[in-house]
Design a protein around this ligand. Structure first.
Ligand code: GDP
Ligand code: MN
Length: 379
């Protein structure tokens, strides 16, 4: 789950990372009022969950509150890379002398978090990392020990930071590590961390991603969820507790259990087809959840056939069948649906589906062959 810049910066501030004064606005009038409070010279920043807002025209400097109002009106009407801008952050401007980079992420090959810093921060950091990787400094952090003071000092030295800024840099590095750790983040980033013309360090941009699996430990984070950045399908899937991942193929899959779902996708591949999605309805799914799952698959226009593969244990096949019938009643479709129901109450389930024009199969391989043939239009 990604947080907006203004949300990340609110968190950074609680961890003693200096940020510019500012507030978020949802209308140009509000933007004007905030700009007035800040003295007129402000930066107006689109709050959208993508990188490169600056290059896309979503970050503009205003010299007066009136100009801030105009720029806010323009930016609030924008779509940046397909995402509508619903809020703008109005921050006091900062006189930038130099742009640094500082972040914490997990390094999978090291199996540890790493703190990354560079004296070449700013909007071209990806380019810097690609063309001059020696300018990027990475320090692995032992999660049990946390960031050590000497590590923060080593980083300050490695980026040639002026001595008078070391204390501030070390405090910011500790703050960012603590943010990363306390919030179960997968990313905590300040880019740029600027040296101002009056020789202070300020985080003028902030980015955080939080591991969704940890959200139960952070109930306060539910207010931070940004539905704008998620597709309708993802929102719907979460609402019903379904694990849904869109793939490139045309055979929709509705399966109970992650293991069986993966095996089903493998079999589709082995027999020459390509799955359109991974979808695990979980154990003991109700008819309501099954119906929601089938509707989600039907929202994908690249789906040419649907394979429903159920191995009933806790899950009851009759309950699954009721869900299927509800879905095809609510959302009539011409997409061929192939069902393979085995295990608990399979006979009742199959019986319930007899009246519908779904295709029943007796084994996984038969079901997969039928689904692939139907997707290719040769059934
Ligand atoms: P991003 O493009 O989404 O990463 O947005 P940033 O918040 O990082 O802003 C992009 C760039 O805009 C920064 O690297 C700065 O060069 C510039 N910028 C942002 N805020 C200010 C500001 O207050 N004053 C000045 N002069 N430039 C700013
Ligand atoms: Mn940035």
């Amino acid at each position: 789950m990604k947080l907006h810049e203004y949300q990340s910066k609110q968190i950074f501030q609680k961890y003693m990372i200096p940020i510019p004064s500012g507030r978020v606005a949802s209308s140009s009038g509000e933007a004007r009022q905030i700009a007035e409070e800040l003295g007129g010279r402000v930066v107006v920043k689109a709050q959208v969950l993508i990188t490169g807002r600056g290059k896309a025209g979503g970050i503009r400097l205003a010299k007066s509150a009136r100009e801030a109002e105009e720029l806010a009106a323009a930016i609030l009407g924008m779509e940046i890379k397909g995402l509508p801008v619903r809020k703008v952050l109005i921050d006091e401007t900062v006189n930038i002398q130099k742009e640094l980079y500082l972040s914490v992420v997990h390094d999978r090959s090291l199996r540890k978090p790493v703190m990354i810093t560079s004296f070449a921060g700013g909007v071209n950091i990806e380019e810097v990392a690609r063309t001059t990787p020696e300018k990027i400094i990475k320090i692995p952090i032992d999660p049990l020990l946390g960031l050590r003071d000497y590590q923060a000092r080593d980083m300050a030295a490695a980026i040639d930071l002026p001595r008078e800024l070391w204390k501030s840099f070390i405090d910011i590095a500790h703050g960012l590590w603590n943010v990363f750790n306390d919030f179960d983040a997968t990313l905590a980033e300040v880019n740029p961390l600027v040296i101002t013309s009056d020789q202070k360090l300020v985080a003028i941009d902030g980015k955080m991603s939080i591991d969704e699996n940890s959200l139960f430990r952070h109930p306060e984070m539910t207010d931070y969820r940004n539905l704008d950045g998620e597709s309708a399908v993802d929102i719907e899937a979460r609402k019903f507790g379904l694990s849904y991942i869109k793939m490139d193929g045309n055979v929709g899959c509705l399966v109970n259990g992650a293991g069986l779902a993966m095996a089903t996708m493998d079999i589709i591949h082995i027999l020459g087809g390509v799955p359109a999605n991974f979808l695990d309805i979980g154990g003991g799914a109700s008819a309501e959840r099954v119906s929601a799952a089938l509707k989600i698959i039907l929202m994908d226009s690249s789906v040419r056939s649907i394979l429903i593969n159920i191995f009933g244990g806790i899950t009851r096949c009759d309950e699954v069948a009721r869900g299927i019938l509800t879905a095809i009643r609510d959302v009539p479709t011409n997409v061929p649906i192939i069902t393979r129901l085995a295990g608990t109450n399979s006979e009742e389930g199959t019986g319930l589906l007899k009246e519908s024009n779904l295709l029943a199969a007796n084994s996984i391989s038969e079901a997969v062959r039928m689904a692939i043939a139907a997707a290719e239009g040769t059934a």
